[in-house]
Design a protein around this ligand. Structure first.
Ligand SMILES: Cc1ncc(COP(=O)(O)O)c(C=O)c1O
Length: 319
């Protein structure tokens, strides 16, 4: 049943569908459920985090009416913060870089954010770049008395993702399903941590797996390396992920995850991005381990529309 008139766009964050995969799940596997987050206002689950962080800062008084909000971001978080600040009337500055997708930089601008570009090292994402972006944030905090949302340490993000976890629990319960395993790749780890703490409170037996690229096994092996999955494996062990919120870490081959994007779209109608294909690759691996009669759940973080200019769908489109 459709909802009546909604008073604010912010109330359209969340309440996203859970879809069972069929054709890409090999026989002999557990069922695989995917919570599809593309329907959020900026097309990503980061809207949940941005709303929670801004509203908690309003409640605590850390953010005053009219105060500037600042963050450094490659895209999704910046877009979500720009959106929430636009609706609530806060000026917003996102520090970013020329190395990130133009669509994401343009999305932040479309929502009225000021975007400060820190030049990259020949188009590469490097630790030095993040340091320079961080310094630019410090300058804006000093010069403009701005509020820094500090996404890598801000535990208020988990409040937004608790809601995602509760939705997933209610949706599966309504269908008579008990989740045996949940998995997701980690950037800040806000999503995995928030969903994990909610699931574990309700389902003590649930197994939670953090996913990371085979080439950058920072959580499992302590060293970072190159990869091209936007938003995850940032080269640090995420401070938002305490060890009691995950049971294991699984490394996933980036290339085989990327190769899932086209079949996900064509065989399942799940049109999504690189980190989502990565999550689903992890879920398919776990589904094989768990076997028939069990349930593995994961999340499709955002929409494939954000990735059409890149090479994720190129092989499929050029055919
Ligand atoms: C596209 C995308 N996928 C996944 C993630 C990882 O989410 P989290 O930071 O909650 O671990 C991010 C974070 O920036 C992202 O932008």
């Amino acid at each position: 049943m459709s909802r009546g008139v909604i008073d604010s766009s912010l109330a359209t964050i969340g309440d996203t569908p859970v879809v069972r995969l069929h054709r890409i799940v090999p026989d002999g596997s557990a069922q695989v459920l995917v919570k599809i987050e593309a329907g959020n206002p900026t097309g990503s689950y980061k809207d949940r985090m941005a709303l929670a962080i801004i509203e908690e800062a309003e409640r605590s008084g850390a953010l005053r009416p009219g105060q500037r909000v600042v963050e450094y971001s490659g895209g999704s978080t910046g877009s979500s913060l720009a959106y929430v600040c636009a609706v609530k009337g806060y000026p917003c500055t996102i520090v970013s870089s020329d190395t990130f997708a133009q669509e994401k930089l343009q999305t932040m601008r479309a929502f009225g954010a000021e975007v400060v570009i820190v030049p990259s090292d020949h188009g590469l994402i490097t630790p030095g770049l993040f340091e320079r972006m961080r310094h630019a944030v410090d300058r804006i905090v000093d010069e403009e008395s701005a509020y820094w949302t500090d996404q890598f340490h801000n535990t208020d993000a988990l409040i937004g993702y608790d809601v995602l976890g509760h939705e997933l629990l209610q949706q599966t319960e309504r269908s008579g399903i008990v989740i045996d395993a949940f998995c997701a790749a980690v950037g800040t780890a806000g999503m995995l941590a928030g969903v994990s703490r909610t699931l574990k409170a309700a389902l003590p037996e649930v197994s939670v797996t953090a996913l990371e690229p085979t080439t950058s096994p920072m959580v499992s092996a302590g060293h970072a390396g190159p990869h091209h999955v936007e938003g995850i494996a940032t080269g640090i062990v995420p401070p938002l992920l305490p060890s009691d919120l995950y049971d294991r870490v699984l490394t996933v081959d980036e290339q085989s995850a990327r190769e899932l994007a086209v079949p996900l779209a064509r065989d399942e109608g799940v049109f999504t991005g690189t980190s989502s294909a990565f999550n689903i690759a992890g879920a398919l691996h776990l589904a094989k381990e768990f076997g028939p009669g069990r349930t593995v759940a994961t999340v499709a973080c955002d929409t494939g529309l954000k990735y059409l200019a890149g090479d994720l769908y190129r092989a499929g489109i050029d055919q």
